[in-house]
Design a protein around this ligand. Structure first.
Ligand code: SF4
Ligand code: MG
Length: 333
């Protein structure tokens, strides 16, 4: 399978009164056709900024794409104008958010909103667009879709609104769906239904998915591959099995121990990662995880480790995987 998306050495920063926040610092990853990739990490680690960069949706405050490229379907998104991006957004790449109301207009009927999304990118008669909208509502499991088309978002329950948003996002058959914490606001049962639905639709439509979440359980459920981010960088990548069964980066190990998961032994105590991530106004020059890492060595303070292959396809950015580390480990910090 070829790559649908290739993000290469992306650097994104924001100008603030306090200075320049380096939100994304050299992020690289790929998404293959039909693949579901999870991006995980604590809030502020740059996962949402990375995702929004792909759609060039960072306008407040204005983002500075300092370097790197975002190759989607063979062309770089970074130099594209707003007008060119409008043709891509909602058509080739769609995004769904935690709060459906950020995508749904409360004053317009659900059917009209989906139709508009379709008509914006396709020259078809309104009647046909309405039929597409009806089919989409049916596809996402909304009962009585014909009647529901003429209702407003407030007449839908939270879970139904989420389904309607997914219907709208998928109405133009995008090649890539970016979902930013799509189920966080929903109760557990509805959350499971929505994830099941997304997985099912992904398989049916062969859409690639980027799922951004702090919830590792959701990733285990949905994704083929995982990207772990910390302080604006990718610190580990691997398949879901690799990340859950043999994590290589101390941060990934910490994350796995700090959040409850379905497959965890109930008696296993949760262990939060002590400390806070570094200030991205002035990121450390060495390993970003240094201040919180139990395994830190002297080299970690001054030199930043590169992302390197630690096992076939699994990568990690940590000095422990350097051939010299066995010697250094003994010396401590
Ligand atoms: Fe810890 Fe050093 Fe690895 Fe960073 S490079 S995660 S500080 S061991
Ligand atoms: Mg976020």
């Amino acid at each position: 399978m070829g790559n649908l998306l290739e993000v290469k050495d992306l650097h994104v920063s924001f100008g603030t009164y306090a200075g320049e926040v380096q939100a994304v610092r050299g992020v690289s990853f790929e998404v293959k056709h039909g693949e579901a990739v999870g991006i995980v990490g604590e809030s502020g680690c740059g996962k949402s900024v990375t995702a929004k960069s792909i759609m060039k949706l960072l306008s407040t405050p204005p983002a500075n794409y300092k370097s790197g490229s975002i190759i989607f379907n063979g062309s770089d998104m970074i130099p594209k104008s707003e007008k060119e991006m409008q043709k891509i957004r909602g058509n080739e790449i769609s995004m769904i958010f935690q709060d459906p109301m950020t995508s749904l207009n409360p004053t317009s009927k659900i059917g009209n909103q989906i139709m508009e999304a379709v008509l914006q990118h396709n020259k078809i008669p309104r009647k046909e667009a309405r039929e597409v909208a009806r089919k989409m509502l049916e596809l996402v499991g909304i009962p009585q879709p014909e009647k529901r088309l003429d209702q407003y978002p407030h007449e839908f329950s939270g879970g139904m609104r989420q389904r309607a948003m997914i219907a709208m996002a998928l109405a133009c058959r995008p090649k890539l769906l970016i979902a930013d914490e799509p189920t966080t606001a929903l109760d557990v049962t509805i959350q499971a239904q929505i994830l099941e639905l997304m997985k099912d639709l992904q398989q049916k439509t062969e859409t690639s998915i980027i799922l951004i979440t702090h919830d590792l359980g959701v990733v285990a459920e949905m994704c083929d591959r995982v990207i772990v981010m910390y302080a604006g960088k990718v610190v580990e990548t691997g398949t879901v099995e690799e990340i859950f069964e043999k994590p290589q980066h101390p941060y990934t190990k910490g994350l796995l121990k700090s959040v409850p998961r379905l497959d965890m032994d109930k008696k296993e105590p949760l262990a939060p990662i002590i400390g806070t991530p570094p200030d991205l106004l002035d990121p450390p020059k060495g390993c970003s995880f240094y201040a919180r890492c139990e395994m830190a060595m002297r080299i970690c303070k001054d030199y930043s480790p590169e992302l390197e292959e630690v096992d076939k396809g699994q990568t990690a950015a940590c000095w422990l995987h350097h051939p010299m580390a066995t010697m250094k480990k003994a010396s401590g910090k």
